[in-house]
Structures are given as C-alpha cells and as structure tokens.
Design a protein around this ligand. Structure first.
Ligand code: PLP
Length: 388
C-alpha cells in the first residue's frame, strides 16, 4: 500500500519501543531494572479520582464543547494567574488530550512549509516530528554536558533567520532535567522579543523542582514576551495523571480559535469526566505535589551520586523533572545505542539511548522508580562499565 509522504518523515518512538522490550523481558521472567519510563510511578491522588467518579455518576458522559468544559477552562485561567503570573481569559484556553496534543495542534495551526522552528537539543522526542508533520523545518541548537545542556542567548540569536517562526522552550527539561534560572529565561526572552519570533513554553514539569530551583514562565518576563508566548501544559506529570489525557494550550485568541476548530475536526472534546478530575487537581489540596516531590528528591540524590562515581560518565545535576542525562566519554568505546542495547540485553537494565533526543553520545535514566530498583540497577551499571 502506498502511504502518504508525510508519514514517511516521521520516526517511530524509540522510547516506547525500549519500554515495550523491557516489559516483554520482564514478562519472560527476567529480572529487569527499568529506567525507561517517562511517567511518575505514583497513583493519581484520591480526591482527583473521586471527582471523576462523581462526574460519571452525575452523567458527565456526553459530548462537551470542543474547547473543554467551561469550568475547567476557568480553573486553568486562575491557575495560570496564580502560579505563573500570566493573565489569560478562559476563552484563550484550549483543553487538549494531553500536553502532546496541545503541541501538535499548535504546530498544525502555526507552521507552514518554509517555516523554521528552533529546538534546543537534546529535545523531547516528539518536537521535531510534530514540526515535520506540519511541513516545517526543525532547526536544532546543540548543547552538551559542559553547558549543562542549556542554550545561550548567543546560540539562539545565531540560529534565528528571516524564516524563523517559533522557539520551542522546555524548562524543566525532558530529557536533561535542566532548569533555566530566572535570569537565563529573561536573557532568552530578550532575544525572542528583539527578533520578534514566537515561543512555545512547554511547562509540563514546572512543579517538579529541586534544591530551591525556580520556574519562571518566559511569558511572565514582560508584556512584550507575553505577546509572543504560547503556553503548553498538562496534568500528567504534576498530578500523576498520564493516562487521563488532559492538557492545555493558552495563547492569543485567534490561535486558540484556530486550534479549537482543528480539534473539533479531529478528536473533539477531551473525555468529559476526566476533565472533572482535572478541575479537582487544580482546585483541590496540593499536598500530593510535595509528597511526590520529596520521593523524587531522595531518589535523585542516590542516582546522581552513584552515576557521578562511575568513570567516564558526565551527568550535570538536574534541577527538575525526574531524569538523569549522562554523557559518555568517547574513551568508553561505545556509542549510546550500543551501550544501552548491551546494558539491556546482558545486564537487564533498561535506559533510553540519546539518539532518541538528538544526542548520540548520551543516554537517559528516569528515576521515577523505587529506591531498591535504583540501587540494584546502579550496581549492574557500575559492573558493566568496569567490564568495558
Ligand atoms: C510528558 C511530556 C509532555 C506531555 O505529556 P502528555 O501526557 O501528553 O500530557 C509534554 N512535553 C514533555 C517534555 C513531556 O515530557
């Protein structure tokens, strides 16, 4: 069968493939330590589940407005004001099937053939493919462990051309866990404003921060930055709601109207009763965030201390999210694909090779798993590197 050319440019997700292989090995009875997951290992808080159950019982089971339940859009507008200092009317918010769909919709309504989209690398797997599916050209700006995997204002300035439409900004970052400081965010915002380009701020990890790291939304830097900012966020990471599929896009009214029309012809509204769970997540008690955060912080410490004790590994301390990103010394003699494949096949430790994120000399380990698995997995990893 001859498929449309557009799908030929898209690569299958390596992250999903490796997670599936690790699961299959575990099903065969092998003792696999998996660090591949990109999701919290906690359950959704009870009060969120209760709100969705009540909504089901109340018959919130029908089609709703494509842009989302009005009460949820209002709750999101309040959240953006309260947490991020961003003033949006609820009409400027589109409720989407996760942060992933909000970014996908954005690329579809904004990007045309010939448009360039700047993506700092290492990047979240889906960004470049979303840009390509919209007919645009991803422009990757490379970083490495020596610069803590962050782009500088100068690097951004140099990547901008007359065809640049958008910068994709993700802090805290998946896969690197890096958090741009408020001063660094302000410096990048100045470049965005001077060049008059747009920026989409993917803030899905804003609540998962360590050691006093601070999240400043790039849209909150100045009125000029706000005008050029689009916010993408969701409930998956902060509230352990990955399977609920609720996220949102906030921005210019015309953009949100266009994205709502697109969504009206593709998925329509997000699962109605799931949206009531999301309202409870935003408006209910927030202690779940602190509880999960404390567990992540403890695991992070063990993980980073042990990783940095391994010769040939370079792993800047992550300020947010739940990932460690390790750069391999070329002297180890393996690229990350071979390294991760051998580690999984022979030592039953699942990690994600950096090629998935545009960094072939790196690999990613998620610490959204229990301390026992972290200790055991790090023992095996240490042994493996010693044997090289
Ligand atoms: C998980 C994630 C998302 C969105 O996930 P959804 O489950 O679709 O809400 C967006 N960006 C990054 C960087 C992520 O890691």
């Amino acid at each position: 069968m001859k498929l449309a050319a557009r799908i030929g440019q898209v690569s299958p997700s390596l992250t999903l493939a490796i997670s599936a292989k690790a699961k299959a090995m575990a099903t065969e009875g092998l003792d696999v330590c998996s660090f591949s997951a990109g999701e919290p290992d906690f359950n959704t808080p009870d009060h969120v589940k209760e709100a969705a159950k009540t909504a089901l019982d109340e018959g919130k089971t029908r089609y709703g407005p494509a842009a989302g339940e009005p009460k949820l859009r209002e709750a999101i507008a309040r959240k953006l004001q309260r947490d991020n200092g961003l003033t949006y009317d609820s009409s400027q918010i589109l409720v989407t099937n996760g942060g992933k769909q909000s970014l996908y919709n954005l690329m579809q309504v904004l990007i045309e053939p010939g448009d360039e989209v700047i993506i700092p690398s290492p990047y979240w797997v889906s960004y470049p493919d979303m840009v390509k599916l919209a007919g645009g050209t991803p422009v990757l700006v490379q970083t490495d462990a020596s610069s803590n995997f962050k782009i500088s204002p100068e690097q951004l300035r140099q990547a901008i051309t007359p065809r640049t439409k958008l910068l994709v900004f993700n802090s805290p970052s998946n896969p690197t866990g890096m958090v741009y400081s408020p001063d660094e965010v302000r410096a990048l915002a100045a470049v965005v404003v001077a060049a008059d380009i747009l920026v989409v701020s993917d803030e899905i990890y804003e609540k998962i921060l360590y050691d006093g790291a601070e999240h400043l939304s790039i849209g909150a830097v100045s009125p000029e930055a706000f005008q050029r900012t689009i916010i993408s966020n969701g409930f998956a990471k902060a509230y352990a709601m990955t399977g609920w599929r609720v996220g949102y896009l906030a921005g210019d009214p015309a953009l949100i109207k266009a994205a709502t029309s697109l969504q009206g012809h593709s998925t329509s509204n997000v699962c109605t009763f799931a949206q009531y769970g999301a309202i409870a997540a935003l408006e209910g008690p927030q202690d779940c965030i602190g509880i999960m955060g404390a567990a992540f912080a403890e695991r992070r410490k063990v993980m980073i201390d042990r990783l940095n004790a391994i010769p040939g590994f370079s792993c800047p301390t992550p300020g947010g999210a739940f990932y460690a990103f390790i750069q391999l010394d070329p002297a180890l003699g393996l690229d990350s694909m071979d390294f991760c494949t051998t580690l999984l096949d022979q030592h039953y430790v699942a990690t994600i090779p950096g090629v998935a994120f545009g960094a072939s000399d790196c690999f990613r380990m998620s610490y959204a798993t229990d301390l026992g698995t972290i200790e055991k997995g790090l023992d095996r990893l240490t042994q493996f590197v010693k044997s090289l």
